[in-house]
Design a protein around this ligand. Sequence first.
Ligand code: BG6
Length: 255
Amino acid sequence: QIIKEQTGIIGLENRLKDKLNVKEVNIVEGDCDESDEVKIELGEAAAKALMRSLKEENIIAVTGGTTLGNVSKMVKPDPKHRKMVFVPARGGLGERVEFEANTICSQMANGAESEYHLLHVPDEVSDETYDMLIKEKHVKEILSLIQSSTIIIHGIGDAKKMAKRRKASDETIEILEKQDAVGEAFGYYFDGNGDVIHRINTFGIQLDDLTKEKRVITVAGGSSKVAAIQAYIKMGYTDVLVIDEGVATQLLALK
Ligand code: BG6
């Protein structure tokens, strides 16, 4: 706290909170694109934001990605022993297993010494497969748990990078390019205005599920994600924003 005051980070947090109209902004010093240490600190700040968001009973839905991977390493048991149940926000996105929501969910739960449930379905499926899988008892149960989550903690990606990571088809990549996609979250690709351009046919949290009752913690760092973060914030889902200084100063400078 003292270091934050000395470096003017608190002032930056307050100005951004007003500008972006979110409940809380947490900023770590530096830029994730330039240092791995900053990524670790971002993870720690997000884990703390998560702990501050806890109520008596919590169902916490988490997405995948390297950022959330760092958060998961920093989650600790709650000294007040409040109940935490961790669930993946989405099915598998076909990325490396260490970045999958399931893996990160279990890691967070282990760190918190809490319970977790996994969702064993691929994220992107055809309509027929969706209709079939949705009838499965296990899938139904876990999806209803995901729907009733009280806290959602998630990452944001650059649209092009995410399309590549997810091995999107040439057709999808063309749509994203034509319509100037800048960012991706929860399998939704959006443009600079925060308008959705494309979404993956998927299990788990949909943007419409991000209701006011749920506390949404958005974690993203690195100057290369500024456009994606700015656009996502325009959608108005975020309650708590955890970013780095590189992102923060650029967001403040933008109109
Ligand atoms: C993915 C999430 O796993 O991580 C995406 O499902 C998100 O919605 C992405 O955009 C962010 O990844 P990273 O590695 O930049 O934190």
